[in-house]
Design a binder for this molecule. Structure first.
Ligand code: MG
Length: 312
């Protein structure tokens, strides 16, 4: 989660140590600073741990600032980092090219330090605002847990990682049992409270920080469990089922028991080339369907065909 009060980090790239020294000294204290003396080093640093802003020299041996900027803008990890060119190239064409490449600002040397600092502050403030908006866009407004968009991004990321490393991914789909009857009987305001309570319960129960629980839509939730095989996924599913059961939220109209319960579909796979994560999602959804058909308040998984777990 992004914190509005965290210290932002600036990467200063210049082949002249004297320039780095002047800028570094002026910025340090207010912001964190990392430095690179050539384009390749800058790319390595930025890809591995993206900074909030890059001050980029243009005239450097081997890879110049324009090329470094192009590569940063071409990579999904770094394309949104604001870049300010700080350069002795003061022709209008130079500045135009720099801005066309996607830089947010262009400062010519010899620079006046207070102006550089003021511009840095403006771009850092904008960066923080866009980071916060980006973060908000991935949170479900009602339950305040990750939304479907964040789930889809994470699943795509983990699917690629599974393909490279051969680790399994566990996927769980969850549906609140007979939620329509709950809404009809208790009203929508109470229905919203129920969704929140279940969401927070699921979020509390996920075992590890790398696991993700998200609201998929309506009364459906979904979990991504990296490095987890089908047995591990079923075990998590059972724990979630038991945890929601144990909240003992009254549900007078439920045909299952007298309180709120969930049905859980659990699937896992190792991603192979040519296969998409949608197949895993469909498999988990099929298991969820069977859990509902099989009496609800339970976990179903598919290992060489459907099997029902003992009720929690
Ligand atoms: Mg230079």
């Amino acid at each position: 989660m992004i914190r509005a009060d965290r210290k932002q980090r600036i990467l200063v790239v210049d082949d002249m140590p004297a320039n780095i020294k002047i800028l570094g000294q002026a910025i340090r204290g207010r912001h964190e600073v990392s430095v690179a003396t050539n384009g390749r080093q800058a790319l390595n640093l930025a890809f591995n741990d993206p900074p909030d802003l890059i001050l980029l020299d243009i005239l450097m041996p081997d890879m110049d600032g324009y090329e470094t900027c192009r590569r940063l803008k071409d990579d999904s990890r770094t394309k949104d980092i604001p870049i300010i060119f700080v350069t002795s190239k003061d022709e209008l064409e130079d500045e135009t090219l720099g801005l066309e490449l996607g830089a947010v600002d262009y400062i010519t040397k010899p620079f006046h330090l207070p102006i550089v600092l003021a511009r840095i502050n403006t771009h850092l403030r904008l960066k923080l605002q866009s980071d916060l908006l980006e973060e908000l866009a991935k949170i479900d407004a009602l339950t305040e847990i990750p939304n479907r968009r964040q789930f889809e991004e994470r699943l795509a990321f983990e699917w690629q990682r599974s393909q490279r490393g051969g680790h399994p991914i566990g996927l769980i789909m969850i549906d609140i049992d007979e939620f329509k009857k709950y809404n009809d009987f208790y009203g929508h305001a109470q229905g919203d409270e129920c969704l929140k309570a279940v969401a927070h319960c699921l979020a509390r129960e996920i075992p590890r920080s790398q696991d993700l629980v998200a609201r998929y839509g309506g009364e459906e939730f979904v979990l991504v469990l990296p490095d987890t095989d089908v047995d591990g996924t079923v075990a998590v599913g059972r724990r979630l089922c038991q945890a929601v059961d144990a909240m003992n939220l009254p549900h007078e109209k439920s045909s299952v028991v007298d309180h709120v319960t969930i049905s859980v579909g659990a699937a896992a796979a190792i991603a192979v080339a040519g296969q998409s994560s949608t197949e895993l999602l469909l498999l988990a959804d099929e298991c969820l369907y069977r859990a509902k058909e099989g009496g609800r308040n339970t976990v179903w998984s598919m290992v060489g065909g459907p099997h029902k777990d003992a009720p929690p």
